[in-house]
Design a protein around this ligand. Structure first.
Ligand SMILES: C[S@@+](CC[C@H](N)C(=O)[O-])C[C@H]1O[C@@H](n2cnc3c(N)ncnc32)[C@H](O)[C@@H]1O
Length: 235
């Protein structure tokens, strides 16, 4: 996987504050059990999510850039018959996610994680294998010259479309107006995606069962700018 891996440059932080002993130990002990190993990644887009789990599960959901994992953990609390795959390159985020899982004894048979650029995983997975992809509060890359680093872009939308089953959902959120406009415009212009919103409240307000992330809660002051974008892959 290394040759392909090197082609995709990751922009962002991998490490922040030094981890405390508990957070380091969960990374040392629990992470290897849940990790998607480099040798499981493929260069020919043939990785079947089912090969990552020991039992067959009803749905498969990918969360890209899960931060500290609050959203992923809550999905795991709510359902055990879905396969969850998460990608987060930030050590501190990964260890925060694992610590919550460990502290609450949440079953882990249905979750696998990659501590790296999600696009490495996306480019490994087979077509039509996912029911939902979540990209919540992605890094905004405010400067115009950095816009090409945004994870939602035409090339990556092609990949997200390839992975989603017909009717599968691409779910995005942000409180950055310029990024919201960017994500809506690119997804609307993509021939495979249909925006589900029928009126402004459909994107201004979260659906009833929405799980707020810490990032969303922290930005309570900007809550009026939050947008919730649901796109469906047209079959
Ligand atoms: C602004 S934070 C939002 C975190 C979380 N989704 C939330 O809403 O609280 C963006 C996250 O995306 C992660 N990220 C950035 N680029 C990524 C990539 N290429 N693959 C996976 N995660 C990525 C960052 O490490 C960071 O944790």
């Amino acid at each position: 996987m290394t040759s392909d891996h090197e082609k995709w440059r990751f922009y962002g932080r991998r490490a922040g504050r030094k981890l405390n002993a508990a957070r380091q130990s969960v990374l040392d002990e629990l992470f290897p059990e849940l990790e998607i190993k480099p040798e499981q990644l493929t260069e020919d887009q043939s990785l079947a999510p089912s090969s990552l789990f020991s039992s067959s599960l009803e749905k498969t959901v990918l969360e890209i850039g899960f931060g500290n994992g609050e959203h992923l953990v809550e999905m795991m609390r709510r359902t055990s018959d879905t396969a969850f795959i998460g990608a987060e390159p930030f050590f501190n985020g990964m260890s925060a996610f694992l610590k919550q899982v460990q502290d609450e004894n949440i079953p882990t048979d249905n979750v696998r994680v990659l501590m790296d650029d999600a696009m490495i995983l996306v480019r490994s997975l087979e077509a039509n294998c996912l029911d939902e992809i979540y990209i919540l509060n992605p890094d905004p890359w405010h400067k115009t010259r950095h816009h090409k680093r945004r994870i939602v872009n035409p090339d990556n939308l092609n990949e997200f479309s390839r992975l989603l089953k017909p009717g599968g959902k691409l779910i995005m959120s942000t409180d950055v107006p310029d990024l919201a406009e960017w994500m809506v415009t690119h997804a609307i212009n993509h021939p495979d995606f249909k925006w589900e919103a029928e009126c402004a409240d459909d994107w201004r307000r979260p659906p009833k069962d929405w799980i707020p992330t810490r990032y969303e809660t922290k930005r309570a002051k900007g809550a009026d700018k939050m947008v919730y974008l649901f796109f469906r892959k047209i079959s």
